[in-house]
Design a protein around this ligand. Structure first.
Ligand code: 13P
Length: 363
């Protein structure tokens, strides 16, 4: 056996790299619409809407039919298994609806977090069983990328070495399985914003976590050009008494990434992590205005920060669908501009500056 065995054919590498680049094309980002049934239920509860399968279908249809401009800002959508197999009112599978607009369908493939026994409430993420078969099927059914979220927590003693090793390894194993199936893995190690830690602590923990992740990806022979990273921005803890400027957040974030993320990675697609819609946009813009050299595209893969105003405007009512869609286009356009460092601010909307923080957030 040769010393180095190629994990992927030349063709597969080219395909993965092409998909990853398309997702982070200039001015584009991802709509994360992959809330689990329980999580979307919490969003619906805020507007008094019943969490049933058809309401979930109608809501995702609303998002994906927001209009002809959507594809200018949104390159890909992450879906939950249920919606991936749902159809629009006219009988079209939702992934087909996206593809017809030039938007790449993606799929959440993890099955959620479980406790790591013997730790201070730390967690790992499950979903490796049968993943190769599921990925092969998703690929056949139109998914070109996937997401797997791991969660790390900051307290005086965490993240522990165990949590960093375990989560890095499971992300790498997931990435390897996805790439074999021709699916671009979005690698998501989220350092939660819960706590009162300062910006420097958030930066140091993020650097440590990312260093473990990229060591594991190297160990697992991951083709970095065919991956994307979905990290937290470096922000102080949610209850930190010190407030930091967008420029400070941007500088800490870019420093952490430069120290840990190889230049071969085509793009970084941040999660919004409970920031308000406006903060998520302002921070992304500041990141893209940073003077330090940035070898990767830096864009968005937002869930809450793209959807909060949409849900509030829609309220589950058919005659408010267009109002909801307009909110999505507004946020998508603002974040598209921010990903280019060209966002100039906007009039505050109803939900746009409210914090979207959820304690110990599960997706
Ligand atoms: P938020 O933008 O709401 O943090 O979610 C993005 C996501 O996909 C988390 O896994």
């Amino acid at each position: 056996m040769p010393r180095f065995v190629d994990a992927l054919s030349k063709e597969k590498k080219e395909e993965l790299s092409r998909i990853a680049k398309a997702i982070v094309a200039p001015g584009k980002g991802i709509l994360a619409a992959d809330e689990s049934t329980a999580t979307i239920g919490k969003r619906f509860a805020n507007i008094g809407l019943e969490n049933n399968e058809d309401n979930r279908r109608k809501y995702r249809q609303l998002l994906f039919t927001s209009g002809k401009d959507l594809h200018q800002y949104i390159s890909g959508v992450i879906m939950f298994h249920e919606s991936f197999y749902q159809k629009s009112d006219c009988g079209k599978p939702l992934p087909v609806l996206l593809k017809e607009q030039g938007i790449i369908p993606g799929i959440k493939v993890d099955t959620g977090v479980v406790n790591l026994a013997g730790t201070d409430n730390e967690v790992t993420t499950q979903g490796l069983d049968g993943l190769a078969e599921r990925c092969a099927q998703y690929k056949k059914d139109g998914a070109d990328f996937a997401k797997w979220r791991c969660v790390l927590k900051i307290t005086s003693h965490t993240p522990s070495l165990l949590a960093m090793i375990e989560n890095a390894n499971v992300l790498a194993r997931y990435a390897s399985i996805c790439q074999q199936a021709g699916i671009v893995p979005i690698v998501e190690p989220e350092v939660l914003p819960d706590g009162d830690h300062d910006l420097e602590t958030a930066q140091r923990v993020t650097e440590q976590v990312l260093a473990f992740v990229y060591k594991a990806l190297a160990d697992h022979h991951i083709y970095l050009e065919g991956t994307l990273l979905k990290p937290n921005m470096v922000t102080a803890g949610q209850s930190c008494p010190t407030k930091y400027t967008p420029q400070q957040v941007a500088h800490a974030t870019v420093l952490a990434l430069r120290r840990t993320v190889p230049a071969a990675v085509p793009g970084v697609t941040f999660l919004s992590g409970g920031q308000s819609e406006v903060d998520a946009t302002v921070h992304l813009n500041a990141i893209n205005c940073e003077s330090l050299h940035r070898p990767w595209a830096l864009t968005f893969s937002y869930g809450r920060a793209l959807q909060a105003s949409v849900i509030n405007a829609w309220k589950g009512k058919d005659d408010h669908i267009t109002a909801g869609q307009q909110e999505l286009l507004k946020r998508a356009k603002a974040n598209s501009l921010a990903s280019l460092g060209k966002y100039q601010g906007e009039e505050g909307g109803s939900a746009a500056s409210q914090s979207l923080f959820v304690k110990d957030h599960a997706y």
